[in-house]
Design a protein. Structure first.
Length: 452
């Protein structure tokens, strides 16, 4: 992949539609465009759209017209990619799109790969990796909450946060290394004082990083959506509850115990957050082979869920005595739901009592929001598993630096550990000079959409 080649791709979905946008970007954009339109290419005004006939071969008499389209020319570096680029807004026929793209290729462009426009922008210093990833997160957001989180992390505050952390770490290193000569001398008052000061500073940074990591974990969970497993004995009304929560007849409801065998899923956006509810086979001892396979799946679903709705219509004694189940849910948020309230059951142990057939379920939804702290006002600055992993690695190397101060009191060992944290920050923002554009493309941009 050569980032400075001129690339072309369809930027809108590949279906018949009212309009389709084809994007061309790279140093040869202007010259390639000049082959398709009769307008004098030197009179183009950047960022202005104009209507133009696009010719297959404008020098040919009676040349075929590809389409009459709105053309916008963006002059580098003031463009999304930093290179000259052109957006063609066409009539949305895939036939027209293919014809335009092959004509642009004939005059010197090549087909873009996924995320390559954003890769060009990164290459031209238009954005760092955090911002590029934020744009991708925004495109892939699938709920109101996800969109909000992605928008917030696009502000560039995250870059500022890690760059100022880097500056502070470099300061600590500089101050420490001033005393490195004293490492083996007997006079160590200033030396030890400087180490203690560094340790305090590092510990403060660790506290801050842990806060950031917690917010990032929460943001990632909310961005992806919350998975809730509905679990319990057979016939207590789990499938009825699933159907009521998602507002659709997803799972078969019947008075016969053991009806649900496969995991049945339904999605619903509630207060802006995307939830995936998973109805499971009722847990009981049985000789039925297929039902047992279903129960195996129930356990797997429990294991991967963020929250468990533990349901019962006759107290939770049987469930509580199931050692395997209790082990699985030990470290997860659990809401005990007593079902079939309309039949007059009452249950002391339950967190909530309801009838999925008759009741409004908003108290249960409120409880889920409370359990997962989804009503918080804290905004995350970072989003994405990559970011979360880097923040944790940076924190870990600072923790190692702090331990090295206590254990070794050797400045060169300590500053080495802090340097590892600095190197991780560089990598995180895409400023690691040892990484090639290919490496970065593989880890990040190749996961983007085509045409972005
Ligand atoms: N009266 C009443 N019956 C319910 C309620 N929820 C479920 N049922 C009935 O209980 C039986 C089992 O329900 P189902 O949802 O299939 O239970 P599952 O085996 O736990 O999935 C069905 O006959 C439902 O109509 C409820 O809230 N009130
Ligand atoms: Mg069921």
């Amino acid at each position: 992949m050569l980032v400075f080649e001129t690339i072309v791709a369809l930027s809108t979905p590949p279906y018949k539609s009212a309009l389709a946008i084809v994007r061309l970007s790279g140093p040869k954009s202007k010259e390639i465009l000049s082959h398709l339109i009769k307008k004098d290419i030197d009179t183009l005004i950047p960022n202005h759209s104009f209507l133009a006939k696009l010719y297959k071969d404008k020098n040919e008499l009676n040349s075929e017209i590809i389409d009459e389209a709105m053309v916008t020319f963006y002059q580098g570096p003031k463009s999304y990619t930093g290179f000259d680029s052109v957006d063609f807004s066409l009539h949305g026929s895939m036939f027209i799109v293919d014809e335009l793209i092959s004509t642009l290729i004939k005059y010197g462009a090549r087909r873009a790969e996924k995320g390559e426009f954003s890769a060009q922008a990164y290459y031209n210093g238009k954005m760092d990796l955090l911002k590029a990833e934020g744009i991708n997160d925004l495109i892939n957001a699938n709920s109101q909450r996800a969109k909000r989180i992605a928008t917030l992390t696009l502000s560039g505050k995250n870059s500022k946060i890690i760059h100022s952390l880097k500056d502070r770490l470099l300061d600590i290193i500089a101050n420490l290394e001033y005393y490195v000569e004293d490492q083996y001398s007997d006079e160590k008052n200033d030396y030890n004082e400087e180490l203690n000061k560094a340790n305090l500073n590092i510990k403060e940074e660790i506290v801050l990083l842990n806060k950031t990591i917690n917010l990032t974990e929460q943001a990632n969970k909310e961005y992806r959506g919350i998975t809730i497993a509905i679990v319990g004995e057979p016939n207590v009304g789990k499938s009825t509850l699933l159907n009521a929560l998602v507002g659709q007849d997803k799972a078969i409801v019947s008075p016969i115990p053991g009806t649900t065998r496969d995991v049945v899923e339904g999605q619903k956006e509630l207060n802006g957050v995307l939830f995936t509810f998973k109805d499971t086979a009722g847990i009981r001892k049985t000789d039925d082979l297929v039902e047992n396979l279903g129960i195996e799946r129930s356990y797997k679903t429990i294991d991967s869920a963020d929250v468990i709705l533990l349901t019962s219509d006759c107290g939770f004694k049987l469930l509580d005595s199931n050692v395997e189940l209790m082990k699985l849910i030990k470290n997860k948020p659990v809401i005990k739901v007593a079902t079939k309230r309309d039949l007059g059951h009452s249950d002391e142990q339950a967190d909530i009592q309801l009838s999925a057939l008759k009741d409004d379920l908003s108290p249960l939804i409120d409880l889920i929001f409370e359990k997962l702290a989804l009503n918080h006002k804290d905004e995350a600055d970072f989003l994405g598993q990559r970011e979360e992993d880097y923040l944790k690695h940076i924190r870990d190397s600072l923790q190692e630096a702090s331990i090295a101060i206590d254990d070794t009191k050797m400045i060169d060992i300590v500053s080495d550990k802090i340097r590892t944290a600095v190197a991780l920050i560089n990598e995180m923002a895409g400023e690691d000079l040892n990484k090639t554009m290919e490496d970065i493309y593989e880890t990040l941009f190749s996961k983007f959409c085509l045409g972005k």
